[in-house]
Design a protein. Structure first.
Length: 246
């Protein structure tokens, strides 16, 4: 490659006298695409060291130096997420949980349920092709089991299975949804396949945990403001925080 993530960070912050080693990123990272979720998690785990490697300060990370863990607020979509993850990995991240939301293609999983994407079968984003691997695009098995264990005593319904990742947020057609649902695809998001691919390419642990925000298997039902989503979201934040601090 003409330049590496480390080269880019070092050049980006050359004028302010910082380089990759100055960014305090924990070995464990919880990345989310919600500014509010990231701030709530940061407060709960006392992550006070604040910084960013990105051009846009809207995307940032907070680190609890004692626990060696970082909470990161990432851009939506595969390209921005992977750029930020490359930065964080260059700065020391080794185990990454993506905490976000997804659309359900299965009538068995409704608003507020948890989905852990497993085999990424429909790669409908363009970033993965730049990280070619000769393996199935799946989460790190060790981290996957760890996440399942965190929620083993929770009453929130949890499922895992085949996955669809897309760049086209507004191009999830009825024909595609019906076709993929009939093929057993569990859900859809915009980052997972690229993240899992990057994890294998860079030899770091990555697994995503996504709350069902909308139901796509019938007339579109968007439920982020619903009672079930909000109750389950709070429990997810509490359990992730306990895992971090435990």
């Amino acid at each position: 490659m003409r330049f590496t993530p480390k080269n880019a960070i070092d050049q980006r912050f050359f004028k302010v006298g910082k380089n990759t080693s100055d960014f305090k990123v924990g070995e464990r990272v919880v990345m989310t695409w919600s500014d509010g979720w990231a701030k709530t998690l940061s407060e709960k785990i006392n992550a006070k060291y604040h910084d960013t490697t990105m051009y846009n300060p809207s995307y940032w990370f907070n680190t609890n130096l004692e626990k060696n863990i970082t909470i990161a607020h990432a851009p939506l979509g595969a390209p921005g997420t992977i750029m930020f993850l490359e930065d964080l990995i260059a700065c020391g991240a080794k185990k990454i949980i993506g905490l976000g939301a997804a659309g359900s293609l299965s009538k068995d999983f409704k608003i507020g349920d948890i989905l852990i994407p497993y085999l990424c079968k429909i790669i409908d984003e363009g970033t993965s092709q730049h990280y070619k691997i000769n393996e199935k695009i799946e989460p790190n098995p060790k981290l996957y089991k760890e996440l399942r264990n965190i929620f083993s005593k929770s009453k929130i319904k949890i499922g895992s299975g085949d996955w669809w990742t897309t760049d086209g947020f507004y191009r999830e057609s009825i024909n595609d949804i019906n076709k993929y649902a009939n093929e057993g695809i569990l859900g859809v998001d915009m980052e997972t396949s690229a993240m899992y691919n990057l994890g294998k390419f860079r030899n770091v642990e990555i697994c995503n945990l996504l709350l069902v925000s909308d139901e796509l298997y019938k007339e579109w039902n968007y439920g982020v403001s619903s009672k079930s989503f909000q109750i389950n979201y709070k429990e997810v934040i509490d359990l992730i925080s306990s895992w971090i601090l435990g």
